[in-house]
Design a protein around this ligand. Structure first.
Ligand SMILES: NC(=O)C1=CN([C@@H]2O[C@H](COP(=O)(O)OP(=O)(O)OC[C@H]3O[C@@H](n4cnc5c(N)ncnc54)[C@H](O)[C@@H]3O)[C@@H](O)[C@H]2O)C=CC1
Ligand SMILES: O=C(O)CCC(=O)C(=O)O
Length: 630
């Protein structure tokens, strides 16, 4: 491996997330009259200096002159400075500890404030180049040491030159005076550090922009906390996903972009280039074509229950993990179904509509209680079975029909066939999943088998019901009322029009696919799906993946983790282990889990190896995806 570079770090807005003089202004001025104005003047001077519009030494003196600073104020800031490490610096503390001899702190700021931070990072005092505050006999700040080059223009390059460093020198900072180090030839490279503040003129002259320290370490071939900088991992969340997900993913260091509506196939193909993680709800179709065109995609999260909109086989064929949130909106769907049943039984929707056009229609004819009626649930999964419990509590008798063996809850009775359920139910409600085979499972024949005057609900998927047949069954009176939440064709956004043969029918409640649309459910989904994604990206954990073998994994700690997704074909594990052995890797732990289509091998190895040695693993026959974590 080549020799490690010396990394020169600016302090303000780089190692820490504050600007010293602004932070001192906050402390010294507190609630003093005119504090806000003085603070704004100080911030403006800082910005001018950092953008290269005002000479650094002059900016420093003018800012100091605006503040009634004392030794106590400086000590107060020094006391809390280490709590303000920039997030990417904090997560790379090990890097600092392991590279003590290769780190220098270079700042126009004050030694008293920098010293505790340097101590936390393990940087020795002789590697701090900065200003010293000068106090008068009463401990008032009267300036900085004029003899120090760092209190003047171009002080930073001069200070670096004086160190006579050998080898590659890399400057990292947010300000113009950091850029000057490279411009003056005192560093071989300059990274504009933009995690705290992004100054366009500085970015323009930099060799590269670094949104985090991880990016610098990655670019310089150094081993940091993450093998790949998370800020370079792009996540695209469509369909108005709850902000809690964005917050969680951004907090974990990823770059997140959001869009309110769904995208059609062509637009998605264009948008998915360079995207590592795609987040959708029910209206975005992720087809094989989309997955073939995706060049970086690692995972898709359905921020909902249904995953029929995703070609799961194609996702597996590309080694793309798919997750959903299987229980977070269950209760919301169940509560809506109960509400709709009551509203249908009492013809509330039509009576309310009549009132709005001035018609008073007080009558008990045809209105009934739920109590004592028979509910037929088709699809007794998470939603169907929860509905069963609540319906029994309302005094209903529950029948259910499911393709799979399901535990009957309470007094619910399993029916041997759908027809048997239809012949006995006063209300039929669909809660099957959206698999392709379920297309039109409910048509003219099924409506004909329902009891005369029964009610019908569909909150599952639109393609499950022949809506033309439902419309006819309503017209003939076979079905007395229906509530439909899901449709074969749904608008992609709220701005798009909606059309259906079900529009305008009496006692027909249409809702815009809102079964799972409660604030509670959306927030819970956001949190759950975001955690699944983070578990997969950060640990390789596939728990709850709907298409890859599920493996629950602990954090990577003190080791490197090699993740290998492959087609389930004979001999891959043997080949993989042969390649690991020939690369001289010491295996500390290994898991293999397969399903019919895919194999997933997780290997924890000793950190001490040449990353080049892993190249062969990417080309093993059957490999679908390969990545490492540390
Ligand atoms: N309207 C909305 O906003 C929402 C709709 N949904 C839909 O509800 C569906 C069900 O959700 P969960 O209960 O959580 O899913 P689940 O997977 O727990 O249950 C589905 C059940 O349906 C059964 N099933 C599938 N096809 C069947 C068939 N042809 N006949 C009889 N049984 C069949 C399955 O064996 C399973 O037990 C989701 O897949 C989704 O499409 C889910 C949430 C919100
Ligand atoms: O509102 C949504 O995001 C879709 C809800 C849904 O249908 C589901 O969770 O499967």
């Amino acid at each position: 491996m080549s020799a490690r570079p010396t990394l020169i770090f600016d302090f303000d807005s780089t190692l820490v997330d504050f600007e010293t003089l602004e932070a001192l202004a906050d402390i010294a001025l507190a609630d003093a009259p005119g504090a806000a104005e003085t603070r704004a003047q100080i911030a403006a001077l800082t910005d001018q200096a950092m953008a290269g519009e005002l000479e650094f030494g002059e900016a420093l003196r003018r800012r100091l002159a605006l503040l009634p600073l004392t030794r106590a104020h400086v000590a107060a800031l020094a006391h809390t400075a280490s709590d303000h490490l920039t997030a990417s610096v904090r997560r790379n503390l090990n890097f600092f500890q392991q590279n003590k001899g290769k780190v220098v702190i270079l700042s126009g700021g004050f030694r008293e404030v920098i010293a505790p931070v340097a101590e936390e990072l393990g940087v020795s005092p002789d590697r701090i180049l900065c200003n010293d505050v000068v106090y008068d006999a009463d401990d008032h700040v009267i300036g900085v040491d004029d003899a120090n080059p760092l209190s003047h223009a171009n002080g930073k390059p001069a200070a670096i030159h004086a160190l006579n460093l050998s080898g590659r020198v890399v400057m990292i900072g947010d300000g113009w005076n950091d850029a000057e180090v490279k411009i003056a030839g005192a560093a071989d490279a300059f990274y504009a550090f933009t995690e705290v503040v992004r100054r366009a003129p500085v970015v323009q002259v930099a060799d590269a922009e670094a949104a985090s320290l991880d990016e610098v370490l990655h670019a310089e071939g150094l081993v940091g906390r993450w093998s790949f900088p998370r800020s370079r991992m792009k996540m695209l969340l469509l369909e108005n996903i709850h902000p809690a997900a964005v917050e969680r993913l951004e907090e974990a260091g990823y770059s997140v972009e959001t869009q309110k509506g769904a995208l059609d196939e062509d637009d998605l193909i264009a948008a998915i280039k360079g995207v590592h993680v795609l987040g959708i709800r029910s209206k975005t179709t992720v087809s094989r074509r989309v997955l073939e065109e995706a060049d970086r995609l690692m995972a898709v999260a359905a921020f909902c229950i249904g995953t029929n909109q995703i070609d799961l086989d194609a996702a597996s064929d590309h080694g793309v993990a798919v997750f959903n949130a299987p229980y977070s909106n269950t209760r919301s769907v169940v509560e809506l179904a109960i509400g709709l049943m009551i509203v249908l039984m009492r013809d509330v929707a039509d009576k309310s509509a009549a009132m709005h056009v001035g018609k008073w229609n007080k009558s008990a004819t045809g209105s009934k209680e739920l109590r004592g009626k028979t509910l037929g649930i088709v699809g007794y999964g998470a939603i169907g079975s929860q509905l069963s419990v609540l319906a029994e509590n309302l005094g209903m008798r529950v029948l259910f029909y499911d393709l799979s063996e399901r535990l009957a809850l309470g007094n619910a009775r399993r029916m041997r066939s759908l027809d048997a359920l239809l012949g006995e139910s006063d209300v039929v409600t669909l809660h099957v999943d959206g698999r392709k085979d379920n297309a039109n499972i409910f048509g003219a024949a099924q409506f004909a088998r329902m009891k005369e005057g029964a009610l019908f609900l569909n909150l599952s998927r639109g393609h499950v019901v022949d809506v033309g047949a439902l419309s006819q069954a309503m017209g003939s009176g076979r079905v007395a009322g229906a509530a439909v939440d899901v449709f074969p064709e749904e608008p992609r956004t709220n701005a798009d029009p909606f059309e259906s043969p079900l529009q305008g029918l009496p006692n027909m409640i249409l809702t815009p696919h809102i079964g799972g649309s409660t604030e509670e459910a959306q927030e819970a989904i956001a949190e759950f799906a975001a955690e699944r994604l983070l578990g997969y990206l950060n640990r390789g954990d596939t728990t709850f993946s709907v298409n890859l073998p599920n493996v629950q994994l602990a954090e990577v700690s003190g080791t490197h983790r090699i993740l290998h997704i492959h087609r389930n074909q004979p001999g891959v594990l043997a080949e993989l282990n042969r390649a690991l052995a020939s690369a001289g890797l010491n295996i500390l732990g290994q898991h293999l889990k397969t399903d019919e289509r895919t194999g997933y091998v997780i290997t924890d190895v000793d950190r001490d190896y040449d990353p080049e040695a892993l190249r062969e693993l990417k080309t093993l026959p059957g490999t679908l995806k390969f990545r490492t974590l540390q």
